[in-house]
Design a protein around this ligand. Structure first.
Ligand SMILES: Nc1ncnc2c1ncn2[C@@H]1O[C@H](COP(=O)(O)OP(=O)(O)OP(=O)(O)O)[C@@H](O)[C@H]1O
Length: 253
């Protein structure tokens, strides 16, 4: 089995009396394509926030490459190779796609101030940013303002920005949220192109995308891991089926 790159041990988080993360033991391996699913309010985003250091746990540990990182800041975790995207679109809409990614590259390299120099002096940054666009297959949009892009393509620019941090672990929070069905194929084919050595955990409500992308699925319900297994195992798990059946009844009820 491949190396464990990210792990939680009995991770707990409460907000007042509400337990949102309940003794979660989770393992992400090098090169994984792992999906975290569960009904609304199950605690998925909270769990990602605990992994990235945006939130501190009430108790328990987070380990990265076997090292206890529970006390490290978000920034320190990024430096160690963890990157994430958010549910919320946070791009500079009037800048071009390439400029958005180049800014992230130069921030990561600690050379953001050099952006005030002529672009010719920034060849390595521009090249690195362009390489990320090529990796995702969106280089044709490099010179377009982000505002002009479809929402699905904007989500890919966010992924390019996360990739510019050269992560070994990539956490994607609902990359297809808000993306019309006609565009979800763009997201999937971009995800398929990602470096297979990067460990990826995706939170996603679109089950077609989850089952197409993931080879391992963890199911959260009320902050607890209630199932874990291959897509085949999860799709035939009675409890998981009941959670989703229940959720649909509520959603339509
Ligand atoms: N800062 C906070 N203070 C109090 N309660 C919170 C806070 N953040 C999250 N919660 C609560 O924790 C629970 C889990 O929320 P979370 O956003 O992690 O779930 P989720 O599975 O990501 O949901 P969704 O699929 O709807 O995004 C919810 O009941 C939410 O109201």
């Amino acid at each position: 089995m491949s190396e464990v790159v990210l792990e939680t041990r009995d991770l707990n988080r409460s907000f007042g009396a509400l337990v949102v993360t309940d003794k979660v033991n989770f393992t992400l391996r090098a090169g994984a394509r792992h999906a975290l699913i569960g009904p609304n309010g199950a605690g998925k985003t909270t769990f990602v926030n605990l992994l990235t250091g945006k939130l501190a746990p009430s108790s328990g540990q987070v380990l990265m490459f076997g090292e206890d990182i529970t006390g490290l800041s978000e920034y320190q975790r990024v430096k160690k190779g963890m990157a994430r995207t958010f549910q919320i679109n946070a791009l500079f809409m009037d800048m071009t796609v390439l400029e958005n990614v180049a800014l992230a590259v130069s921030e990561h390299q600690g050379t953001a101030w050099k952006l005030f120099k002529p672009l010719g002096k920034m060849d390595s940054v521009i090249e690195a940013a362009y390489a990320q666009l090529c990796m995702l297959g969106i280089e044709a949009y490099a010179a377009r303002a982000v505002r002009e892009l479809s929402y699905g393509l904007q989500r890919l620019v966010e992924i390019a920005i996360a990739l510019s941090l050269n992560p070994r672990i990539l956490l994607l929070d609902e990359p297809a949220a808000g993306v019309p069905a006609s565009e979800s194929g763009i997201i999937l084919s971009a995800l398929d192109r990602l470096d297979p050595s990067i460990a990826i955990m995706i939170i996603e409500h679109d089950m077609a995308l989850v089952f197409r992308f993931a080879d391992e699925i963890t199911v959260l319900e009320r902050g607890r891991v209630v199932a874990h297994g291959t897509p085949q195992e999860i799709s035939t798990n009675e409890h998981v089926r009941s959670i989703y059946f229940g959720e649909r009844q509520v959603a339509h009820g």
